[in-house]
Design a protein around this ligand. Structure first.
Ligand SMILES: C[S@@+](CC[C@H](N)C(=O)[O-])C[C@H]1O[C@@H](n2cnc3c(N)ncnc32)[C@H](O)[C@@H]1O
Length: 356
């Protein structure tokens, strides 16, 4: 019964768990009280219509507003906006509206933008402009003429795409540029920032059973049973269990950090993503815990760290330590230095069946 429930009941059933991830940082606002969190829920709902998803839950603290969406999550801080959406959503289509909303808060200059995603399992079911990375880049280039695009990993197998630009590389949108690009380069990275993503596939069938309505009635039950609440225990969790299966959670803590996990448990296309900006000087323990919680057959890790972050100097150590773990075979590893961020990309597949 349970096997059938997470197997495909109809051969045509498919859900693209792989998310499109947009993160935008604005330069300090020209308005004294400028804050993206002043934007009303109604405005966000209108913006999300362009993406084709809805808000299903909301939690906030003094630092961050966390929206759980029908297809993943949105996090809003004073000058940073993150949108992560899966399925056949169209997040790039809300960009122009986002920039208009940001302008109402005095945010007219972008300091960093990151658009990234893993290769889709079924790119042919996506909607424009997400039918391929080239189409996405062409669309982004019409808005940000100075962006740069990259592909990490193996272009003919598994890969991860990134479109980015950072000041001082890039200016703001031509029509939104204000004349006050007065910050010195030394101040650009005043806020430490790091983001880790772990994108997992071929997940353990028994672990995935927890993320279905036939097993648990609610998100909190699945969170506790699976051990998700132990990954970063200081996070206040907002979780949701979809019917008949599927799970999403956001966590926020008093340091203004977030975590988010999204689970597509169907056996034929199982996928779990973990993302957090928690500040750690070594991510090995966190990666091990996430991997032990979900038991994937393969996964990708990406870590972005700017020059002020704890993680910046230790990314290389992480790589050395983690590649020595005997359970995993590293199939790819690349490091990139961008103007204000370092990026580590690594891909692993399970070498042995042993989960100890
Ligand atoms: C919870 S969302 C999470 C997607 C996320 N990007 C991931 O990591 O897989 C997707 C899962 O929920 C299921 N689901 C059930 N009802 C859904 C709905 N109304 N909208 C989106 N997903 C739904 C999908 O079949 C899938 O297993």
């Amino acid at each position: 019964m349970e096997e059938g429930m997470l197997g495909t009941s109809s051969e045509s059933h498919f859900f693209e768990g792989v998310e499109k991830l947009l993160e935008i940082w604005f330069e300090d606002s020209a308005k004294l009280d400028g804050d993206l969190r002043n934007i009303t829920r109604i405005e966000w709902e209108k913006l999300l219509c362009h993406v084709k998803c809805e808000i299903i839950s909301f939690k906030k603290n003094d630092f961050i507003d966390a929206f759980l969406l029908s297809e993943s999550s949105m996090f809003v801080s004073k000058r940073r906006w993150i949108l992560k959406t899966c399925g056949t959503t169209t997040p790039l289509k809300c960009l122009e509206q986002l920039l208009e909303l940001a302008k109402t808060q005095g945010y007219t200059v972008i300091s960093d933008i990151f658009y990234s995603r893993k290769n889709f399992t079924r790119p042919e079911v996506q909607n424009s402009p997400h039918k391929g990375f080239y189409e996405e880049v062409t669309y982004l280039d019409t808005i940000f003429p100075e962006g740069r695009s990259y592909c990490l990993g193996s272009i003919n197998l598994e890969c991860w795409y990134l479109y980015t630009f950072s000041r001082p590389d890039v200016k703001a949108l031509p029509d939104l540029l204000v004349a006050e690009q007065h910050k010195q380069k030394d101040n650009v990275d005043a806020d430490p920032d790091q983001t880790i993503e772990i994108l997992m596939q071929h997940l353990d069938k028994d672990v995935m059973l927890a993320f279905s309505k036939s097993r648990f009635a609610s998100g909190p039950e699945a969170t506790t049973h699976s051990g998700i609440d132990q990954i970063l225990p200081d996070m206040i969790i907002d979780d949701f269990l979809f019917d008949p299966c599927g799970y999403s959670m956001n966590g926020i803590n008093e340091q203004g950090e977030y975590m988010t996990i999204h689970i597509t448990p169907e056996e034929k296309f199982s996928y779990v993503s973990f993302e957090s900006n928690v500040a750690l000087n070594n991510y090995t323990k966190l990666i091990n815990q996430v991997v032990r919680t979900f038991k994937p057959g393969k996964f990708i890790v990406t870590i972005f760290a700017n020059k002020s972050s704890l993680a910046y100097e230790t990314m290389k150590e992480l790589e050395i330590e983690y590649s020595t773990l005997s359970n995993w075979r590293r199939t790819d590893m690349q490091c990139c230095n961008f103007p204000s961020y370092n990026l580590l990309f690594a891909q692993y597949s399970r070498a042995v069946e042993n989960w100890t």
